[in-house]
Each structure stands twice: as C-alpha cells, then as structure tokens.
Design a protein around this ligand. Sequence first.
Ligand code: PLP
Length: 258
Amino acid sequence: MKTGLTIAGSDSSGGAGIQADLKTFSALGVYGMSVITAITAQNTVGVQAVEEVSGNMVGQQIDAIFQDIPADAVKIGMVSSANIIQVIADKVKQYNMKHVVLDTVMISKSGCHLLKPEAIEALKKYLIPSAYIVTPNIFEAEVLTEMKIRTIEDMQSAARKIYEMGVPYVVVKGGHLEQQDCVDILYDGSDFRYYSTNRIDTKNTHGTGCTFSAAIASHLALGKSVEDSIDAAKQYITKAIEKSLSLGNGVGPTHHFH
Ligand code: PLP
C-alpha cells in the first residue's frame, strides 16, 4: 500500500486541514498518516481559537513516523510559526523526504491568520527550498513575491520568482482571478503548463486548497508524474467542489467520496 503523510493543522469541523487531507488520501487509495502542527477550534463560519503544538512535539511526531513507516509522499499545510517551519525543514532533510508538496497556507477564507505574518520570511528561506512542489493561491503568491497579480502573465512572473527561491515545481492557483475559467499554472523552470476548468457556482469551498495539495501528494505516492498528478488532482478537486456540502451556517466543505 502506498503511504501519504500530512503535516498540517487540525480543523475541528472536518472540512480543511488534517481532516481534509486524510479524507483525500483515503478516497484516492493511499494510507494516510498525520503530524499535527496546530489545533484549531473551527466551523464553517470561522476559526474561533488556535493552539500551536510545540516544535519539539512536531519533530517527535515526524520521528515516530519516519523511524517506522516511510511516506511515499508528504503534504505540508498549516505550519503556524517560524519555529515549526525550522523543525519541519530540518526533518525533510534528515529523512530525505520524497515528493514534498507544500501548500503555503497563510489566511483562512474566514480571515484567520494560520501562519504568523512574521514567519513568512522563514517559509521563503527554509520551507520552500525544501519542497518538491509548492501550491500558492493568488493571494499567497502575491505575499511571497511582493507583486500584484491580475492576469495569467502576472501569475507566470510570480511562478518564476517563487521558482528562484529553490523549488523545482511551482503551481500558482488561479481560482481567485476575476475571470470565467479557473486556470492553474505549473512552472518547472523552463516551461509552463496550464490546467483549466469551468468555474463552479457554489459558496461551499472550505478546504479546497488543502484537498488539492493532498490529492497531488496522493497521486505522486501512487507513482504518477508531476504533470499527471496535478491533472488528476485538478479533476479531483473540481468534482469535490461540484459535490460540496451545504453543512453548517457558513462556507460548507468539499466532498470526498463520489
Ligand atoms: N484550517 C486549517 C487547519 C487549515 O489547514 C486550512 C487550510 O488552508 C484552513 C483552515 C483554511 O480553510 P479554508 O480557507 O479553505 O476555509
């Protein structure tokens, strides 16, 4: 059985974070494992509280897994602070982790800072260079590159800048651009590939970024190429949004078992 690890935050409402990642692994036939970086008290309406796990405990969870069960792919989501970033980056090196997909989670759709703003430099300096693929959305790509992104050409420039930070593959997700189609772009240092789908009219998109990056990691674990993994993950997240659930009073979750 292929194995996937998520290093991320817990979402008590089950729509995003660790819970979304484990559901994605299961739906795609990958054995899921988790390292929890932070616990959030959260529902579809918002994030009510966040409690960070200590860097030492994050490291110990990673040690426990890698000294026993190697992960075929690793997804990294909410990392919360510079201290946790440093621990994870060191462990990625120590265990020579393969297929590390970094979702550069910063702020939840409900507006909560899931990454401390002062940790952004550590993300750029330590975690992005230790990843195999990074998957920023438009907002995150703007923060990482300090540029405004309005067009596909801007997305390409941002992808080039992020690539220069030392990561082999950059996916800039275009879902937040104001245009009809949702176009994600992949940059590998020389060429661009484009992944386009129609926009789905729903407010229930809680956990979409988490699910997409976990689906990429799952397909990498299953042995697909980077290009095919992103293609398959795009199809998976599109279906998960199409079938998303009107649960709760706010932004409902995507759905995993179709
Ligand atoms: N909560 C946690 C723990 C997460 O890791 C994420 C992922 O980005 C979110 C919330 C954000 O969810 P969304 O912005 O999709 O509502």
